[in-house]
Design a protein around this ligand. Sequence first.
Ligand code: NDP
Length: 297
Amino acid sequence: MSAQLIDGKEVAKNIRKNLKARIGALKAKGIIPGLAAVLLGDDPASATYVRSKERACEKLGLYSEVVNKSDTLQQEELVEIVKSLNNNDKIHGILVQSPLPKHIDELSVTLTISPDKDVDGFHPHNVGMMLLGRPGLLPCTPYGIIKLLAYYQIDPKGKNVVVVGRSNIVGKPIAAMLLQKSEMANATVTIAHSRTKNLGEVTQRADILIAAIGRPKTITADMIKEEAVIIDVGVNRVEDSTTKKGYRLTGDVDFAPCSEKASFITPVPGGVGPMTIAMLMSNTVTAAENLLAKKKL
Ligand code: NDP
């Protein structure tokens, strides 16, 4: 393996360490940053995500609350829960765990979350501010990718970045963030997706390749150029009878052969994943600071 591993656990640890002073300053003013997660149903993967967010809060001394309701909860009832969290002074960040049951209109729920407490960065207000390059709460996974690049001093300025995937939570926002006329941005960005022709030709142009696809081994070594930086966002379960659970987690990138060619690469797990939760904690602290500043006005 010639590529340097981008260690998301280490960078996330560093983010948490830096948050401690800010949390201390808020506590000195009588404020404990609080995160509320709304979880509908008992999907095991969603429950695991919510538990890990709770644990992350505990570790940092943040307040956390989980509102777990049946997946038969009606839209209006969910909206009421979100509204009451908007008005709850103990809560500075609200997230509604996806996927939501089919009868729920996700956008209406997102629109109900106060933009000040929208720690997922999914509210159109925050999405718009991000596009404008103005301060707002940034979506956690893309924000985490920027922090990973910064930690390893990989400046995207002037680089060809290819993002494979155009979802609202990863592909589109990371492309928009890297396009900004600002620090850790200024890249020439291409977005590819399932309708892109000759994907390999497009990805070969990437100095920095970001894969957010959700299909194992979609990016193979022949699709990347020598010395490329590879950020693998994908989290896929593949069958593996040698493990206790019967599966293992893998990314979208064919890791071993790509790491022979790349200059930097993120592993899965241990790359982008830990950053997503670290940035959620960071956004919760930022939201608490912003809400305090607003109250002072
Ligand atoms: P989505 O399913 O919403 O989007 C996937 C994107 O990949 C779509 O734009 C799709 O194109 C594109 N795509 C699918 N197949 C191909 C293909 N063969 N070639 C090119 N493009 C393709 O997924 P998400 O963005 O939500 O997530 C992507 C992955 O990242 C998943 O594995 C997810 O679990 C993981 N993830 C990890 C996080 C972390 O913290 N580590 C956080 C969030 C997500 P089209 O639009 O045309 O359908």
